[in-house]
Write a protein that binds this ligand. Structure first.
Ligand code: GLN
Length: 473
């Protein structure tokens, strides 16, 4: 069902067993067969085929790039010149990118083939890919289930075998949670590792772009290709990008930690807990060192995350006013009703909720009590996480408390869904990288993941640890 890893793919192309054009055709066939999963908002047929022809010629000439032949789906929040980009929102339904995001440019320069834009939650706000204007994305492993969110379409594109890899964005878990729910690999790089130039913003002190793929090797290579300083994004670090691919013969025992409070959480599914402890004992048997860590802040992670991200979102989304950019209403009588109606018609319910929440926590009288306090609390969480990581190679834990949830649940209280992010928000709150790898299948038939968090700008270690965990007997 899943597609070849990059190494296998490139060997198959070089030996003439397949070609880039044939691979694109296979992707299109699969996308058509699985159209009811609603993974893609749009397939970029013409540009995908013409890039495939170009890369086939490069293979023949021996000049192909590092990602040559890899068919990639991009989340619908990355600009690709001459193609539409909507953030899965009615607000940007007809918007066309004027330029390439740096990530897209780097992918194209490395000879990846961009197949199309994948669906997910509107403006990346959600955990189930149900808030999209284009309708929910379904999980390829069970179409009654959510693929996770917000990068649910990207995870589903890989899990269904339509693409070799995909790009998502992660603000509070939106790459790692869908990867876990769809049985694939996903990484959120360190804050500042990957340029956000041309990426539609949700919460700018959190957002990171990263890949989803079928193997750690592919994940590491794509991360390496899309990383690096960018004059168009001042928040993007110019720190050198090391070789991220894992070191094959690393024999040194690892020093790992895990949070007791995370594993003690009553919200954690018992089978996922059991599998975690099994993995832990295999790690110990293999000679690795495990430290039990205390983290007294689990209960406040979600409130801090949702106060800060909604505040940032309310500011980032102020630009969609129906005048400068975005959907414009046809019913208005004055400037105020033009703004009001454009925004009311253009945004969905969850986005509106977050804009209102964010505006509230930033409003005078409440700023100090909510936003200011959450900023301070974030610093405490970050400092404590960094301290926990010092002397360790990484911190491990389950990616999510549960497996994929059914589509179409009636969330009378939206915070029920917010709580599902409890294990994934710590990394973006702290700016550190984190990966999710598939670790098991639940008796309910759905997969779940193991998360590895590492120190800032040390993606190599999390790839390395993930590889060692995956290779445990
Ligand atoms: N589920 C989280 C939220 O709704 C994370 C979203 C994301 O990472 N983009 O905000």
């Amino acid at each position: 069902m899943k597609r070849l890893n990059l190494n296998e793919l490139q060997s198959a192309i070089i030996s003439g067993k397949t070609s880039c054009v044939q691979e694109v055709e296979l992707s299109i066939t699969k996308a058509n067969e699985k159209s009811e999963l609603n993974i893609f908002i749009e397939i970029f047929l013409d540009s995908a085929i013409s890039k495939a022809k170009e890369v086939d010629a490069k293979f023949a000439a021996g000049t192909s790039g590092r990602l040559a032949g890899m068919i990639i789906g991009i989340k619908d929040n990355l600009c690709y010149k001459g193609h539409k980009v909507s953030a899965s929102s009615k607000m940007l339904k007809d918007f066309e990118s004027q330029f390439n995001s740096t990530v897209v440019q780097k992918l194209l320069d490395a000879d990846a083939i961009i197949l199309g834009r994948t669906g997910g939650d509107e403006f990346a706000m959600g955990s189930s890919s149900e808030t999209s204007f284009y309708g929910p994305v379904k999980n390829p492993l069970n179409p009654l289930m959510s693929p996770g969110g917000s990068s649910g379409g990207s995870a589903a594109a890989v899990s269904s075998g339509i693409c070799h890899a995909a790009i998502g964005s992660d603000t509070g878990g939106s790459i790692r949670q869908p990867a876990a729910f769809c049985g694939i690999y996903g990484v959120k790089p360190s804050y500042g590792r990957v340029s956000r130039h041309g990426v539609i913003a949700y919460a700018s002190s959190f957002d990171q772009v990263g890949p989803l793929a079928n193997s750690i090797e592919d994940l590491a290579l794509i991360t390496e290709v899309i990383s690096g300083g960018d004059d168009f994004d001042t928040t993007c670090s110019k720190v050198a990008v090391p070789k991220m691919s894992y070191r094959e013969k690393e024999t040194k025992p690892l020093k790992l930690g895990y949070y007791k409070s995370m594993l003690d959480s009553p919200a954690l599914d018992p089978e996922i807990r059991e599998k975690f402890f099994e993995t832990l004992s295999s790690l110990r048997t293999a000679g690795h060192n495990i430290k039990i860590l205390e983290f007294p802040f689990f209960d406040v992670l979600i409130p801090i995350y949702y106060i800060l991200t909604t505040a940032e979102a309310s500011s980032n989304l102020a630009r969609y006013d129906g005048i400068h950019v975005g959907h414009r209403t046809s019913s208005f009588s004055d400037i105020e009703s033009l703004y009001k109606n454009s925004r009311s018609e253009g945004f969905g319910e969850e986005v509106k909720r977050r804009i209102m929440l964010g505006t509230f926590v930033l409003s005078s009288g409440y700023y100090d009590a909510f936003y200011g306090k959450a900023q301070k609390a974030r610093r405490v969480v970050r400092d404590s996480t960094i301290k926990d990581l010092s002397g360790l190679d990484g911190i491990i834990g389950p990616t999510t408390p549960n497996t994929a949830f059914p589509l179409g649940q009636d969330y009378a209280d939206p915070t029920v869904l917010y709580l599902e992010d409890m294990f994934t928000v710590q990394a973006p709150l702290s700016g550190i990288p984190a990966i999710s790898i598939p670790i098991g299948t639940h008796s309910n038939g759905m997969p779940y993941g193991m998360q590895v968090m590492g120190s800032s700008f040390d993606e190599q270690s999390i790839f390395q640890i993930a590889k060692i965990i995956e290779s445990l007997p």
